[in-house]
Design a protein. Structure first.
Length: 274
């Protein structure tokens, strides 16, 4: 039963963390930003971080400054380790704070640490007491099936997301190889002169290359929206990710212009009808 209770705490904190991240990133951009590595509306790192804080600091509730400082340290350590492990597994940094003041290897920074410290205070003094009361009212006959079902959902989601990330990495590699091959063939055709058949073949190769780019751009949007600072140690992959980010910015700009035109057109039609 104790495991079921703490797992439910973990899940609820993961959902709260997701909401905070989405609001924090969406409000300045004035558009919805779906944060996180998983498909569902939860961020496990917040679940783990919150549990570490509320359990570790349960004996220091009378000292808010200690709670704040230790929460900063514990959550930053968790974020650093998570970033390190994800980079080792996927050869990609999903977030990079290198441009932020007082960062450590781009994995953690003072701004985030301060925000996590404040969230630690909120969790310790307000959220966790409320969650404790809420969970304590769940009947034992419901608590175990509920926590087991949520554990199953997160496990399936995590497995699917890992495979999706691996597939994305594979697509990046295949795109580089296929694009290089197409460009080499186009270059060979260019050296052979201009005949109608060669021109048609070169046109088809150009179209195939552009289709590959368009497909990769579509498939990369979910990751780039969730992790706008994603980067890689591989210089070649790093350049490719930067190109994808640039393409995404152009795509957003075009979508914004299109929405603006539609809004203007709708406004004109409305004025004509008056």
């Amino acid at each position: 039963m104790v495991f079921d209770q703490y797992f439910l705490y973990f899940f609820l904190y993961a959902m709260i963390g997701y909401v905070c991240e989405v609001l924090y990133c969406s409000i300045p951009l004035k558009r919805f930003v779906n944060r996180g590595f998983l498909h569902g509306p939860y961020l496990p790192i917040y679940g783990f971080g919150a549990l570490i804080v509320v359990v570790s600091l349960s004996f220091f509730n009378a000292h808010p400054i200690v709670v704040f400082l230790v929460a900063m340290a514990l959550t930053s350590a968790l974020e650093y380790v998570t970033s390190y492990l994800l980079e080792k597994i996927f050869n990609t940094k999903l977030w990079d704070y290198s441009k932020h003041f007082a960062n450590i290897n781009g994995r953690v920074c003072l701004l985030n640490a301060t925000l996590f410290g404040l969230m630690g205070l909120v969790a310790t003094y307000w959220i966790h007491p409320a969650l404790t009361r809420f969970v304590s009212h769940i009947p034992d006959g419901v608590l175990h099936p509920l926590s087991s079902g949520l554990l199953f959902i997160i496990s399936v989601d995590a497995t699917s997301s890992i495979f999706r990330m691996a597939a994305f990495q594979k697509q990046l590699a295949e795109f580089r190889l296929r694009t290089k091959e197409l460009e080499e063939r186009i270059e060979v055709l260019a050296k052979q002169g201009c005949t109608p058949s060669l021109d048609r073949l070169r046109t088809r190769l150009d179209e195939e290359r552009e289709e590959l780019k368009a497909r990769l751009n579509r498939q990369s949007r979910r990751f780039l929206n969730a992790f706008p600072s994603i980067t890689s140690k591989s210089q070649e992959q790093k350049v490719q990710l930067e190109l994808l980010k640039m393409n995404l910015r152009e795509y957003r700009s075009k979508m914004q212009e299109q929405r603006q035109r539609l809004h203007t057109a709708a406004k004109e039609l409305k004025n004509r009808g008056k």
